[in-house]
Design a protein around this ligand. Structure first.
Ligand code: ATP
Ligand code: MG
Length: 751
């Protein structure tokens, strides 16, 4: 059980104590339209974890009410993920589609009660009639239909007498409600589409807001736990269940913050794009944040559960540092797995004064690990060491092997260089060495001083293996799209060598390869002929250092480390709610951005001021909710004003600079207080829209990627994004994306 009680568990305990429920029932309700990711793991841990902690039950329910995107293979992936994380849904997997008949009966009942009607406005009219946050909506004239007429139309909708969009079923609630979602929400729509489970039985499908609460009720769910973006849907949830006057008890909805992680994209739509476009090798690619990917890479369920526990359950959205997840896996494996030796990039060493062979009894674990076990480690005249463990002309602080400096071979002897052999190109191909016979590890009487111990394998006994090294899939902390992919996220080493013990162990074991990191036998591609190992994680957080050393000149605000807020953040007050509504309805901002701005007085003021200078709601909101917000968190006094941010937005809107470049300009503004225009001019950042300037870049990308061109020609049109991304990249982000899009499309027609 989690140590500190979160607000959800507090609520559950209250409800048990007051006798509201006797048994706790939760549910995990994914839509089977993609593989589950680490965000789903969080939801699984919450829902199944609460059921376990209070001796209740958690249903695994497929929320399969959208016929066009769902598939059985995703259902299997979801089951796998839950099982692998160690949870149990007991016997039955539930499907919302199994409730279609019941949900339809409830709809009929609402109509009979005069609480729902068939509307025949089209989509656009429905939107228009809904009104704005300042003005109430108008009710459609069709709301006056008699109960009989509504019943007849609903039945005929079900029978398939109408086309998609001709009619909808709506709840009759309040067209002037402050919560716009309550302005007669849609309950059913016509959709002539084949469903992966119900086939062509239905041509009307219930909307999420109608199906979800009823599915919960039908299953006897007590606590319906979802993410924050459904906060405003809660009123509909309550309305439907109350309006139907159902026999109690009924479920209640509670919201928590969804998990976001830097260097990662999490939405299934974006993951699907990566998979379909072959940017990764399938849903279980070890670089993806999918459960299948982590599993294949070698993460343990314990480490993921631990991570979900650590980040806690909060009521405010936050960004978690991926290093925290990496810490959890390292922490889990450190004490569990045997340490062995693997040479990734071999350099041959011949020990001239050593004859024969021997087996060294080498412990699998260091002294401070409370675990025992050892293996026989063969030693012989020819060994491999890591190429970069030798340097011919080393700097002063180099502690490994060099012509002047002996080194210890871990578990074995001390060797010294006698001769360095090079090929015709000057590349070092072999070291001739000597060893000190009385220097064996544990019984060393040689008196030779060494500064470090390196790993090695006996050439004759070692097994050639393939090792796959993974870097982060994205090279920026808040990736937006394909252009942010890290081109070096996968390295395949075909010439690595492991000591024999690694091979004779059972599959499904993990190792620490000494000094390299943690590794896992690839569960799919590993064969006796070609063993394949995946790097799970390095021994320490090397990324942080790398970023620091390569990016020093422009200190970039790092993704905020999680200041995770435990417990409840107040719901929006009236003023914030009003702002939020204006933002989403009048200014058409998305809910997440609107939420950020509305909840922060300083930000919303800044936004207002910027808007009064330049009226471009969306562009401004994006800059202010992201860049300005981050800046405000870090300093008490901004170096720029709303007016300057408005100027920056104007340059974006007029196509002078791209969104990407705008970020660069912004950072410069934040650091120097310089005017945006001046920065753009001084640095030559003006967006390139001239086709004549862009064409050579495109030609170059096409010429450099013949394989992808062939794949594209063979029908893999998803690669289109790849080409565009490469061109944007090669322009340093300055190319105008929409012009590039058109030009690439044109070019690909003719190659
Ligand atoms: P995505 O946006 O990634 O496609 P989703 O919310 O559409 O995710 P669903 O399959 O509908 O995915 O979600 C199943 C459950 O998992 C829901 O209860 C949802 O709230 C939860 N969930 C999804 N993403 C996250 C996340 N990032 N953090 C926490 N919970 C999540
Ligand atoms: Mg969804």
């Amino acid at each position: 059980m989690s140590e500190s009680k979160d607000f959800l568990r507090t609520k559950v305990e209250e409800d048990l104590a007051s006798g509201k429920y006797k048994n706790i029932v939760t549910r995990f309700p994914p839509e089977p339209n993609g593989f589950p990711h680490i965000g789903h793991a969080k939801s699984i841990c919450i829902n199944f974890g609460i059921a376990r902690d209070y001796k209740g039950h958690c249903n695994l329910r497929m929320d399969d009410t959208n016929p066009t995107t769902e598939d059985m293979k995703y259902v299997e992936a979801l089951k796998d993920a839950v099982k692998w994380l160690g949870f149990d849904w007991k016997d039955t997997v539930y499907f919302a589609s199994d409730y279609f008949p019941k949900i339809y009966d409830y709809a009929v009942q609402l109509v009979k009660m005069g609480k729902a009607y068939v509307d025949s406005l089209n989509e656009e009219e429905i939107r228009e009639y809904r009104g704005t946050i300042k003005e109430p909506g108008r009710r459609s004239k069709y709301a006056e239909r008699s109960i009989e007429e509504n019943l007849d139309l609903l039945e005929r909708m079900k029978k398939g007498e109408f086309k998609d969009g001709e009619h909808v079923l709506r709840a009759k609630i309040d067209m002037a409600a402050a919560n716009m979602k309550m302005r007669d929400p849609l309950l059913y729509r016509i959709r002539h589409a084949h469903h992966f489970r119900t086939g062509d039985t239905w041509c009307i499908y219930p909307m999420y807001d109608f199906a979800h609460c009823l599915s919960d009720y039908i299953e006897g769910v007590t606590h319906s736990i979802c993410t924050l973006e459904f906060e405003n849907n809660r009123d509909i949830y309550d309305w439907v269940l109350d309006a139907l006057e159902l026999t109690p008890p009924r479920p209640y909805q509670h919201e928590f913050a969804r998990l976001g992680m830097n260097y990662t994209v999490m939405s299934k739509r974006k993951l699907l794009e990566l998979v379909n476009g072959n940017y990764v090798n399938g849903w279980d690619d070890p670089r993806l944040p999918t459960i299948a990917g982590y599993k294949r890479r070698g993460y343990t369920p314990e480490s993921i559960i631990n991570f979900c526990d650590q980040i806690g359950i909060a009521k405010a959205n936050s960004m978690v540092d991926v290093a925290q997840l990496e810490f959890c896996i390292r922490d889990d494996l450190n004490k569990k797995v045997p340490r062995v030796m693997c040479v990734l990039d071999p350099l041959k060493v011949t020990i001239e004064n050593y004859e024969g062979e021997e087996e060294i009894d080498a412990s699998y674990y260091p002294h401070d690990v409370p675990k025992e076990g050892s293996r026989k480690l063969p030693f012989s005249k020819e060994i491999y060491i890591e190429r970069d463990d030798f340097m011919e002309n080393p700097p002063a602080d180099y502690f490994r092997l060099s012509p002047e400096q002996p080194v210890r071979l871990k578990h074995a002897y001390i060797i010294s260089v006698k001769e360095v052999i090079k090929d015709a190109h000057g590349k070092i191909v072999e070291i001739k060495a000597t060893y000190a016979p009385n220097s064996k590890s544990g019984e060393d009487t040689s008196g030779i001083k060494t500064k470090s111990a390196i790993h090695w394998v006996s050439a004759k006994h070692a097994k050639n293996v393939e090792v796959r090294l993974y870097e982060r899939l994205y090279k920026v902390d808040a990736p937006e799209g394909l252009e942010d992919l890290n081109p070096d996220s996968l390295h395949i080493l075909k010439n690595a060598y492991v000591e024999p013990a690694v091979i004779s162990e059972k599959p499904d074991v993990r190792f620490q390869f000494e000094r390299q990191g943690y590794f896992y036998a690839d569960p799919i591609d590993y064969t006796d002929v070609k063993p394949v190992f995946n790097k799970i994680v390095g021994l320490k957080d090397s990324w942080a250092k790398k970023v620091e050393s390569t990016e020093k000149p422009t200190p970039k605000p790092q993704a905020q480390k999680v200041a995770h807020v435990e417990g409840e953040v107040a719901p929006m007050n009236e003023e914030e709610q009003a702002l939020f509504n204006t933002y989403t309805t009048e200014l058409k901002l998305n809910a997440e951005i609107a939420n950020t701005l509305a909840r922060d007085v300083e930000l919303s003021r800044f936004y207002n001021e910027a808007l009064s200078v330049f009226k471009s709601p969306i562009t401004l909101a994006n800059i202010i909710a992201n860049e300005v917000a981050r800046e405000l968190k870090q300093t008490s006094e901004l170096t720029f004003s709303a007016k300057e941010v408005a100027e920056l937005a104007k340059m974006i809107d007029e196509g002078v600079i791209s969104n990407k470049i705008a970020k660069q300009v912004f950072e410069e503004m934040a650091q120097t207080g310089e005017q945006p225009k001046a920065i753009v001019e001084a640095k030559g950042l003006v967006q390139i829209s001239d086709p004549e300037k862009l064409k050579p870049l495109i030609d170059d990308v096409i010429a450099k990627n013949p394989d992808n061109v062939a794949k594209y020609k063979a029908g893999n049109t998803n690669l289109f994004g790849f080409f565009v991304g490469q061109v944007l990249k090669s322009s340093g982000g300055k190319a105008n994306p929409s012009v590039v899009n058109d030009l690439v499309a044109e070019k690909l027609k003719h190659v």
